[in-house]
Design a binder for this molecule. Structure first.
Ligand code: GDP
Length: 478
């Protein structure tokens, strides 16, 4: 039980509490001490093992070198806010030959493919339609990497800004080559060479200065040189990457986005990474499964097949997969269902474990009584700044003796939002809402993650509860 583990760790010189996360080294130490063989597996490892038990090897192309054919690069657009990411994605959508003929890309399915002519050859590029590094990094956090190349947008009038560097770092961490789009060259005070100089300082050296990064001056708004940008993406892919995949195998790839459609049921945009996805295939996507009833492209057209790097909207799944979930085609419906059910069960177990590990005021009290905890962390939210200040004043004045400590890690005016809940998750804090409620999805998130959110409209009730918790006398709420 947790308390004994804490004790063993204490003897090993590790001061931890029962609800705290410990690192791999500590877990190994604990295993050795208790004579257990500890194996640490990531969710990705677990999934790989699960698939292996069905004789499926996710992530590798079947066959040998001669089976591999060139596939288009997959691109994500990143950059500082307002530097033109959305506008650029729009411009690319319109610059494309196919789109012009078909009357433009009409459907937002989460990704789209365009073509451009490079050295007389027609080349395709797939764009992920969600700009910014958040989606990119959220996927990576789940062990999924969809992006081959990052277009880093920098406004020529504004230059390098904090999120430019952030995006640069995210792309680097993922080992993804960068093409810089120097945007807004149409504005009078644009200074494209300044952008080049600034980024050189961060190690992104333009080709014309002897480096290996392509910088392309564009205007997303006036649609200047979009073709040049597309060409640079293809050239960078050819120079830096060997993008090939086997189209002749059961399809595998990633779900990029998905939702529940009123008429059509669960719909998911998937990016095929290898193999060819066909209508009628039995597939698993995260915890969802089903037979592909129909596939639509970004023009809203029905398609029968999707080859590597092609994004398509898939109809026919039983549930909505998450962004970054791996999908794969298997032999039959039964196998698809079995894999999906196992994934679902595992996800549920993980969610439960996480919920159990979160701290409520009651848990705090319990672990304090056992001498495991010395500090209660709070986040305060109130309707007006006066009430937040009054609450904070009163809380810090609670006399609790030396052995426990109360720390207010954040306070603010307004509804409890997802940021507050995420902070509480990250630091195991309790949220106190004074005359405020959760906004948007914050309530659901708190519920799902087991974050203790307490609501008060009288300062003294809040003080009483916290004081009682700190003194180990909180009455349970029924
Ligand atoms: P995001 O936050 O990076 O997605 O930026 P947006 O694409 O929303 O663009 C922010 C603002 O800059 C909008 O008002 C755009 O119209 C404007 N904008 C984007 N690209 C250009 C450009 O090439 N030239 C000019 N003059 N304005 C641009």
């Amino acid at each position: 039980d947790p308390a004994s583990l804490v004790q063993v760790l204490f003897h090993l010189g590790e001061m931890v509490t029962a609800t705290q996360s410990v690192n791999e080294e500590t877990l190994q130490l604990l295993g050795t001490e208790l004579e257990y063989d500890v194996q640490i597996v990531s969710p990705e490892d677990e999934d790989r093992e699960l698939l292996e038990s069905f004789d499926i090897d996710f992530g590798s192309d079947e066959g040998d070198d001669s089976d591999l054919v060139q596939r288009p690069p997959v691109v994500t657009v990143m950059g500082h806010v307002d530097h033109g990411k959305t506008k650029l994605l729009d411009a690319v959508r319109h610059a494309n030959v196919v789109a012009k003929e078909a009357g433009g890309i009409t459907q937002h399915i989460g990704a789209y493919q365009v073509t451009t002519e490079v050295d007389g050859a027609e080349r395709a590029i797939t764009f992920v339609d969600t700009p910014g590094h958040e989606a990119f990094t959220a996927m990576r956090a789940r062990g999924a990497q969809a992006t081959d190349i990052v277009i880093l947008v920098v406004a020529a009038d504004d230059g390098v800004m904090p999120q430019t560097i952030e995006a640069l770092n995210h792309a680097r961490a993922a080992n993804v080559p960068i093409v810089v789009a120097v945007n807004k060259i149409d504005v009078p005070n644009a200074d494209p060479s300044k952008v080049r100089g600034q980024l050189t300082e961060y190690g992104l050296v333009p080709e014309e200065y002897g480096g290996d990064t392509m910088f392309v001056d564009v205007s997303a708004k006036s649609r200047i040189n979009i073709d040049g940008l597309l060409e640079s993406v293809v050239l960078t892919a050819d120079a830096a990457l060997d993008l090939r995949a086997n189209p002749n195998m059961p399809a595998q790839g990633l779900a990029i986005e998905a939702h529940l459609d009123k008429g059509r049921g669960p719909v998911a945009t998937v990016l095929v990474q290898r193999g060819t996805l066909k209508v009628g295939d039995s597939m698993v996507a995260g915890p969802a499964h089903g037979r592909v009833r129909a596939m639509l492209d970004e023009y809203g057209n029905n398609v029968e097949e999707a080859t590597p790097s092609r994004p398509v909207l898939v109809l026919g799944l039983t549930a909505v997969p998450g962004a970054g979930d791996k999908f794969l085609v298997v032999d039959d419906d039964r196998m698809a269902r079995q894999i999906a059910e196992k994934r679902e069960a595992r996800a549920r177990a993980a969610a439960n474990a996480k919920r159990r590990a979160r701290r409520t005021l009651e848990d705090f009290m319990a672990s304090m009584e056992k001498g495991e905890t010395q500090e209660l962390l709070l986040i305060l939210k109130g309707d007006v700044s006066g009430s937040v200040e009054a609450l904070e004043d009163a809380l810090v004045r609670i006399e609790v003796g030396d052995e426990v400590n109360l720390r207010i890690i954040d306070r603010g005016v307004g509804a409890i939002n997802e940021n507050d809940v995420n902070l509480a998750i990250a630091s195991n804090a309790v949220i106190i809402g004074f005359n405020v409620r959760p906004a948007g999805k914050a309530g659901d998130l708190a519920e799902r993650e087991g974050v203790d959110v307490r609501y008060y409209s009288v300062i003294y009730s809040a003080i009483d509860d916290i004081e009682a918790a700190l003194k180990g006398m909180l009455k349970p709420i029924y």
